[in-house]
Design a protein around this ligand. Structure first.
Ligand SMILES: *Cc1c(COP(=O)(O)O)cnc(C)c1O
Length: 496
């Protein structure tokens, strides 16, 4: 499998090259040259690991099977994921199913890909003979940062810098990142929102002076964000696995269509569902669920993507995003893989903050994507509804998706898989308030009370967090991100 750029401005890349570069150096994102089809027996695999092996092998053809296998085994095991089959599928009533993706070390779905990424990166370096130091840049709205830090920390030949919006992440998310140890990690709060962090990080990738300077020190930049294909491919696996589980449990007949509903921010997780469908998984509709930052709902309804709007801080901070990077890959795919067609849209967005797609592309999207959003009262009501109906406790992001699927999903449609993207313990204060109606301003007391309510211990990612020493306290204006990276890189240079 070779990889091409969404702006058609890069020669073919191998999977290793795509993972190491992260994004196309002159702009655009890597996509596979073609979309491989699921093998006849992929849905019949006995466990997650075997399913992952089939799917990943189709995308990582430059990895020898035993090498890929070793990467997957070191990732998808009971030590990293505390549920028997890595992910967990639970009935939610009315043919709706929660696909729990948060049993990894940091309690967010991003662990599924980010626990694997360091193994992919290290292998890719040895396959391409790359002896340089890899500096991973990450912009985070809260969850990616910690998942990436846990994945890459103390991995030889790799360092990681994380930028998060100051005041834009929850207290637990902030502490998770700020208490990260490891000899190769650095975390900065940026005075801006997530979009500023992401745009700033992307600008560093496109900065050829910076690249040359770092190359002089034998350092190369890469990214742990979902603009990296290595983040997306592992996410395809769990949708295929969820379908297989539904069929194995007799909830659907093999070949039946399902709907998939995803709480969306950077459009990575829902895009992975799209790739699963393109590979042949019987998926009828994709429900794109947004919080109050409903720019995607408006876009899918009108065909106009307009970033000139108010940015809202919500109880689902990982979805507080106005510029969804992976939309670029999606439009490339939907618009017939025509780089010349989509390039002007992203140029327009860059220059004017707005673009409009053509009627044909809009029509293709309408046939597949159902957009919806939930405001804050609706999200809180949904957490309470689900708890009353099923006894299950869902987090604020999952609640956005659950509310959207309940409100706009067809009453007698196919089974719906709802991506459950974070543990409720990560957002305990809001979840507790939604269920009990009482505010508990101390997040750690809220975690304890939620644990009592749930009758189970809190997720290990948040237990004892308040006692760990804070190791990262740096705060930067947006304009200093470049200097911060250079400073950290010089430190890497002297250490190695
Ligand atoms: C990152 C994240 C999302 C959004 O996923 P995207 O791939 O960015 O669309 C949703 N929920 C949680 C809990 C997340 O951490």
């Amino acid at each position: 499998m070779r990889y091409i750029g969404t702006h058609a401005n890069h020669p073919f890349a191998s999977a290793s090259e795509a993972v190491l570069l992260g994004m196309v150096p002159r702009g655009g994102l890597f996509v596979p040259e073609f979309i491989p089809q699921l093998e006849a027996d992929t849905l019949a695999q006995p466990d997650y690991l075997e399913t992952a092996r089939r799917i990943m092998a189709a995308y990582f053809t430059d990895f020898a099977p035993d090498v890929l296998d070793s990467c997957l085994r070191r990732t998808y095991n009971r030590e990293n994921f505390h549920t028997p089959d890595i992910v967990n599928l639970r009935p939610l009533g009315r043919r709706r199913f929660l696909l729990e993706l948060f049993h990894g070390p940091t309690a967010a779905f991003k662990d599924v890909a980010l626990q694997l990424m360091p193994h992919l990166t290290t292998t890719a370096k040895s396959l391409t003979g790359d002896k340089t130091h890899t500096l991973i840049l990450v912009a985070t709205s809260g969850d990616t940062g910690k998942a990436a830090l846990e994945g890459y920390k103390n991995v030889d030949g790799i360092s990681i810098v994380v930028f998060y919006p100051q005041g834009g992440v929850s207290e637990v998310q902030r502490l998770q990142m700020a208490t990260t140890d490891g000899r190769n990690t650095k975390v900065f709060a940026v005075r801006g929102n997530f979009d500023d962090c992401q745009t700033g990080a992307k600008a560093l990738f496109l900065d050829s002076n910076l690249r040359d300077y770092l190359t002089g020190m034998q350092i190369k930049l890469s990214t742990g964000n979902s603009i990296n294909w290595g983040r997306l491919a592992p996410q395809i696996v769990y949708y295929v696995r969820a379908y297989a589980l539904l069929a194995a449990r007799g909830e659907i007949k093999s070949g039946d269509e399902v709907d998939i509903c995803v709480p969306t921010g950077n459009f990575g997780n829902i895009l992975a569902a799209w790739y699963a469908r393109a590979m042949g998984l019987p998926v009828r509709k994709l429900f794109c669920a947004s919080n109050k930052n409903n720019i995607l709902t408006d876009f899918f309804q009108t065909g106009v993507y307009d970033t000139h709007r108010e940015f809202h801080r919500t109880s689902s901070p990982s979805m507080d995003i106005l510029i969804s990077s992976n939309l670029e890959r999606f439009l490339f795919e939907i618009a017939g893989r025509d780089a010349e067609k989509i390039k002007p849209w992203f140029l327009d967005r860059f220059r004017t903050g707005r673009f409009q797609i053509d009627a044909e592309t809009k029509k293709a999207i309408d046939a597949l994507v159902v957009p919806g959003w939930a405001d804050e009262p609706r999200v809180f009501a949904e957490i309470k509804n689900v708890h009353e109906e099923t006894g299950m406790i869902i987090d604020t992001h999952t609640a956005v998706a659950s509310a959207v699927s309940r409100d706009i999903g067809p009453k007698d449609g196919p089974a719906t898989i709802i991506a459950s993207t974070a543990s409720p313990f990560k957002f305990a204060g809001d979840v507790l308030a939604a269920i009990t109606g009482e505010a508990e301003p101390d997040e750690f007391k809220a975690i304890d009370r939620l644990s009592e309510l749930a009758g189970e211990p809190a997720h290990r990612a948040v237990r004892g967090l308040q006692e760990r020493p804070v190791l990262h306290e740096g705060v930067l204006p947006i304009s200093q991100m470049r200097e911060a990276v250079i400073g950290f890189a010089e430190g890497v240079k002297t250490r190695t």
